[in-house]
Design a protein around this ligand. Sequence first.
Ligand SMILES: NC(=O)c1ccc[n+]([C@@H]2O[C@H](COP(=O)([O-])OP(=O)(O)OC[C@H]3O[C@@H](n4cnc5c(N)ncnc54)[C@H](OP(=O)(O)O)[C@@H]3O)[C@@H](O)[C@H]2O)c1
Length: 261
Amino acid sequence: MPLPPPAPGQPAVITGASDGIGKAIAFELAALGRPVLLVARRGELLEKTAEQIRARHGVDAQIRAVDLVDRDARRKFLDELAEMDVSVLVSNAGVVTAGLWHGRLDPALERAEVELNVVAAYEVVLAALPKMLERGSGGVVVTGSIAGNGPAPITTTYSATKAFLNTFAESLHFDVRGRGVNVTLLAPGVVHTGLLTGPLTRVPGFLCATAEQTAKAAVEGVARNKLRVAPIAAHKVQSALANYLPRPLWARAMYRFYGGK
Ligand SMILES: NC(=O)c1ccc[n+]([C@@H]2O[C@H](COP(=O)([O-])OP(=O)(O)OC[C@H]3O[C@@H](n4cnc5c(N)ncnc54)[C@H](OP(=O)(O)O)[C@@H]3O)[C@@H](O)[C@H]2O)c1
């Protein structure tokens, strides 16, 4: 199904739009003439991005500064989202911890990672989807990761959260088939953004995509109702390896890759 044509009052909503992949996706969608609603914690960065989008693409750009880990703040935003006429939802906000690499594992941080990467990422989709189905049109992008294809020691909690998102998005794609709503899993490997920490900063350049390449893959992918997209050939190869290698072998390879002994 084609996505609904850009229309005033039907924003593309992007979580995690203050930086990195989400910000690049916001620009990509705005370049196609879509009004955007940018969501993240850092309001000043969101406002700066919104101003640039308005100036560059002449579309409406609104912001919501929300901490999606905070359950009360999230509930308020979800209630608003459920009432909106969302054209495209990009559930993208996420964090990564590399607990073991830092020699410590902070339970509160790990829990917050699950709350953001799983619960909030899932709930924004649940909030926006009913109106899309009612209207019979819309698009959903869920940012998972190749890290979710299999075990990724060192980024242990992260890979488990992304396994949820990968499976959720790829299942939902078929659940809503024939009802006018496109659902695409964005599952990149390493992308050059501020997210990278510890061992992830040492990944060789040829294995890394840019945020812009990743955004292009996401936006083209959901327009064509692709099940799953990755931005560069190296990520597609990594993804296939993760899917087809026996899990113990993949787990050991990832452990070594991140510098485990
Ligand atoms: N970079 C990679 O290698 C890579 C690979 C595969 C998948 N991904 C996924 O891509 C997505 C975007 O990551 P990125 O690489 O673009 O990282 P990034 O540049 O750090 O962006 C993360 C975004 O999430 C927002 N965010 C973080 N905590 C939040 C919270 N509590 N409430 C609301 N928003 C929050 C951040 O904004 P504020 O700080 O302003 O809240 C920021 O806009 C994540 O889901 C990540 O897991 C990244």
